[in-house]
Write a protein that binds this ligand. Structure first.
Ligand code: 6CS
Ligand code: FE
Length: 315
């Protein structure tokens, strides 16, 4: 490849973009420029002061027992319906494991299943997202991650925000994820690992983003991944934590917290439903990496109306 075509692929960072990445030949760690908790001082906080403090400081929070056993059982049934082909699923939204034909993820589950759409607007989740993000929110992304027994491969360390900024055009850190476990997450079946405190620093990555990167990255990510030295720095400072718990456990995590998970060599799948809430005020612009935006089923840019909370129970 000639020098000129190489540089044509390079993102040209906006002068004032504090989160430019995949531009320089060397990685760096820079300070977060945005709040973690936007709701401080506003009324109606659905979390305890201690929970807010932990989320602010560590970048994540594990919430057991938000849903009843009957609700969790209904959600598990719905997962089985996805598997037995009862729903009309857009084939584009299916992502396979890197080394097999096993299903790894389904995106935009709130379009295929009314129950998942209902779950992701439930007041128990939405009130937390709205308070922490300080205003109206919409669903940036939803997905079901299977991590099938034996064949479920790892998710390498990453900050979701790095990808959402560079590939989707999310301007600032004003989004969070909720993972709702639908099987047990144990030390054995590849639970989510998080680096406490890593959300306060932003690791810029090295390497140009290939065209249509998502087709590869959702199976196994190789670009937009942090370097070993930066990871070691964050992990030495913050340590490691896993998110474990029975079905129905909700893990809440900031868009920039460093996280990943190992492969699953047990017979037990690890199924989690994910919702990403973004502040309406932080809706997507042109991707900061300069490539065309990823499809709507991965990153909503048209459907950004504020979500309305629906009171429990689920069904
Ligand atoms: O690329 C993305 O948007 C997704 N990839 C990972 C590994 N985590 C967050 C997000 O769902
Ligand atoms: Fe992630």
């Amino acid at each position: 490849m000639s020098m000129s075509s190489r540089s044509a692929l390079r993102p040209v960072p906006a002068q004032d973009d504090p989160y430019a990445s995949r531009v320089l030949d060397r990685p760096s760690i820079v300070a977060r420029q945005d709040p973690v908790v936007y709701g401080h001082g506003s009324a109606g906080c659905p979390l305890t002061p201690e929970q807010v403090r932990v989320y602010d400081l560590r970048g994540f929070l594990v919430l057991p027992g938000l849903f009843s056993d009957a609700e969790v059982a209904r959600l598990q049934e719905e997962v089985a319906h996805f598997r037995d082909g009862r729903f009309e699923v857009d084939p584009q939204t299916l992502v396979l494991e890197p080394d097999s034909r096993e299903l790894r993820s389904i995106f935009r589950i709130h379009a295929a299943s009314a129950l998942f759409a209902r779950l992701l607007t439930d007041a128990r989740l939405l009130s937390i997202a709205r308070w922490l993000l300080g205003g109206e929110v919409y669903l940036h992304q939803s997905r079901l991650n299977y991590k099938p027994g034996f064949l479920g491969r790892e998710f390498f360390w990453h900050s979701d925000f790095e990808t959402w900024h560079m590939e989707d055009g999310m301007p600032r850190m004003r989004a969070l994820s909720m993972s709702i476990s639908l099987t047990g997450n144990t030390e054995f079946n590849g639970p989510l690992m998080l680096v406490p405190g890593s959300h306060l620093r932003y690791v810029t990555c090295v390497g140009e983003t290939p065209a249509e990167h998502y087709k590869q990255s959702l199976r196994r990510q190789e670009y937009g991944v942090p370097d070993k030295d930066s990871l070691a720095t964050l992990i030495e400072a913050g340590g490691l934590e896993t998110s474990k718990g029975p079905p129905g456990t909700v893990t809440l995590f900031d868009c920039n917290v460093m996280h990943g998970s190992s492969g699953n060599i047990t017979p037990f799948p690890r199924v989690n439903a994910f919702a990403v809430y973004n502040a309406v005020s932080n809706r997507l612009v042109a991707p900061f990496g300069g490539r065309p935006p990823r499809p709507e089923f991965i990153a909503a840019r048209k459907r950004v109306a504020a979500l309305e909370p629906v009171d429990p129970p689920l069904a």
